[in-house]
Design a protein around this ligand. Sequence first.
Ligand code: PMP
Length: 436
Amino acid sequence: MNSPALSSGGAPAAAGALDAAALRADFPLLADRASDEPLIYLDSAATAQRPRAVIDAEVDYIVRANAAVHRGAHTLAADATELFEDARATVAGFVGADADQLVWTSGATAGINLVAYAIGNATAGRGAPASARFALRPGDEIVVTESEHHANLIPWQELAARTGAVLRHIGVHDDGTLDLDAAAEIIGARTRVMAFPHVSNVLGIVNPVDRLVALAREVGALTLMDACQSAPHLALDLPASGVDLAVFSGHKMLGPNAIGGLYGRADVLEALPPFLTGGSMITTVTLDEADYLPAPQRFEAGTQPVSQAVGLAAAVRYLENVGMPAVHAHEARLERRMRDGLREVPGIRLLGDADGTERVALAAFDVEGVHAHDAGQFLDARGIAVRVGHHCAAPLHRRFGMTASVRASATLYTTDADIDAFLDAVAGIRPFFGEG
Ligand code: PMP
């Protein structure tokens, strides 16, 4: 990638050296806008914009190499398979993993459902004999947090309902941090699964992975980390983190839609039974039964999102070229600018405003006296795109006595000027609605 924002010679930029305004030239949706249609895009936590390199990689695959992977005997199919598997190695490497530890999914939601249904299949006695260790019995416990995105909550509610397991949750303090004392009480001998967000999509706080994993390990519980909101912003080493499983979504990390990753520890993936079954995940099949391929193919039944995988590999190469330390340093600065600025606006209440916690660059807030949707429309009329609603985290909003909030999220192409324009506009919301 030849980004003008890189330091000379295409070497990765040093931490703190990222030039967001220059990077923006790589993102057609941001760069190629008519001057009378300005856009300040502060909704990257919902979906990030894609650099030209990602769009080109996907188109190039379709134009030059499109074929069924892992099947055809012809050269084109071999080329497609190579690109698909290279993409797997690239994306796995981005999170510190080996290629065979990465299962392609259509996104984080699909990855979590895959795991929940695979555990349910262990209960039904299917799959490898080793899968019995995942079987849930009535009274076993699944633990989540109060800050979960619905994607990391409802699959566990359903699994509990199917198996008779009990779903419990770790609460959050008023400042948004997890109640770790409660976690130590809740995670116990009956805990079989613990699912948690690395970073909540509402609070932006980086949760203490070491502590949570240690608590789960003490009792032999399986851990699943939702890394949707951390993978685009922090350098991850999933094997070193100690989690058993983790999920992320391509469209939040500059990549295409309909692609995501499920990382798993080798022994866990090896023992988990499949969820979807069918073509491409088997060795031998008779009319009565089938033998399955090892992971990751065992979890990839049917035709896979190949061009999207190639696009996601281009996205992580883009992030790596910019340099995750530089991305993190830039975003940490934006986060402080945004949070400090919002604190100064009368009538703004930030959700989870803990000091001194590591964060990604997002802030969700209430505008006193103004519904979040009205605030969102006010900002949109000024060319500022934010997310409004419960952000698929209704229980967390209920915890803070709210049904909806406004969320602004920044990323590597967000500039200081974007944040300042946003803060200026936010200061105008309550006066506009006659509230301040
Ligand atoms: N978890 C978190 C923390 C998220 O922010 C999101 C997306 N909003 C998801 C899970 C679900 O991701 P997807 O819709 O891409 O499956």
